[in-house]
Design a protein around this ligand. Structure first.
Ligand code: 8YV
Length: 315
């Protein structure tokens, strides 16, 4: 049987690349010196695209593959895939929801605790000898019992809120509408109002054209000089210029960030800010979750080429 030709946009763990190579005729776009020339050469043969949430597949790539049938995303976020171009060519898209939800929620909460309780500076204080030389580390801020706001109470936002409840936090959330599964949590329609009611403000909504910079200067300043913003969603949900300005002026107390515009080449001004925790988009980065993401991605691709229903279709 002729293996379907599948374009791979970025590297994946070996435990995925092996089985993909066995089942499909993989073409590694990320190894091409000239991507446009490579797409012009192999594009007509391509029936599937394997990509990651942070890489996606743009209009040029999709249109370079006239026989494309499916794009499978290694990730829950598909904001970097041009869905309109896919619809125009009748191309299916799948993602990997649910399998990463708890790890991403854990990581968001860990960033909140890590920054608020000075975990990283504490480690440095000990390793540098400052503890012996200068005494106790400056005091940090309590988390338990504080006010938490969750912008976007989807799967990940819900799991974050569930974890925060265990810290006796007062939980409010914003979303398109109140959620019947959000028992005991306070629905606030306006993100600015949610920010005013939050000591810890989580950005957990799926990114789209509608959510771009939903966390703008007004929301950022409403979180305030004693508040913290935690972003485990997409950088595009936050106005990074306004964020950097507020962190620099003190209008915003602090931020813990796992995602950045232009990542991994983040804005160098972040590196000079003492009140920001910087993480390399690793919220779903556990062996267990990445294996589950890879399996689900491969199951979607296999189902498609076997003419069976997709497991986690987006379109
Ligand atoms: C992945 C993600 O890190 O699920 C997503 O949308 O951004 C992350 O889980 C990314 O997709 C691939 O590396």
């Amino acid at each position: 049987m002729v293996k379907p030709v599948v374009l791979q946009v970025g590297p994946l763990p070996e435990w995925d690349e092996g089985p993909l190579g066995e089942a499909f005729d993989m073409r590694r776009a990320f190894e091409a010196a000239d991507l446009a020339a490579y797409l012009a050469e192999v594009g007509p043969e391509v029936r599937g695209i394997v990509t990651r949430g942070d890489l996606g597949a743009n209009k040029a790539m999709i249109e370079a593959c006239p026989n494309l049938e499916i794009v499978v995303v290694y990730g829950v976020g598909y904001d970097a895939v041009d869905l309109d171009a896919c619809r125009a060519q009748g191309v299916h898209v799948t993602n990997t929801p649910d399998v990463l939800t708890k790890d991403v929620a854990d990581f968001g909460v860990a960033m909140m605790l890590g920054l608020s309780r000075s975990i990283v500076p504490g480690e440095a204080w000990v390793r540098s000898g400052d503890w012996a030389a200068k005494g106790m580390l400056p005091l940090s801020r309590r988390v338990s019992g504080a006010r938490a706001g969750v912008l976007g109470l989807g799967r990940i936002g819900y799991e974050i809120a569930r974890r925060l409840a265990a810290f006796d936090m007062q939980i409010s959330y914003s979303d398109i509408a109140a959620k019947d599964y959000a028992t005991g949590w306070n629905f606030v329609a306006d993100p600015v109002e949610l920010a005013q009611q939050s000591d810890f403000f989580f950005v957990a909504l799926a990114a789209s054209g509608e959510t771009r910079h939903i966390v703008g200067r007004e929301v950022i300043e409403a979180v305030g000089p004693d508040g913290m913003i935690i972003n485990i969603s997409r950088a595009a949900n936050v106005d990074e210029e306004a964020l950097i300005a507020a962190l620099g002026s003190g209008a915003l107390g602090s931020a813990a960030l796992d995602v950045f515009e232009g990542e991994p080449k983040l804005d160098p001004r972040f590196l000079d800010l003492p009140n920001v925790m910087l993480q390399p988009h690793q919220a779903s980065g556990t062996v267990e979750t990445r294996k589950d993401m890879g399996q689900l991605l491969r199951d979607n691709l296999t189902a498609h080429f076997a003419g069976k229903p997709l497991l986690t279709p987006v379109i």
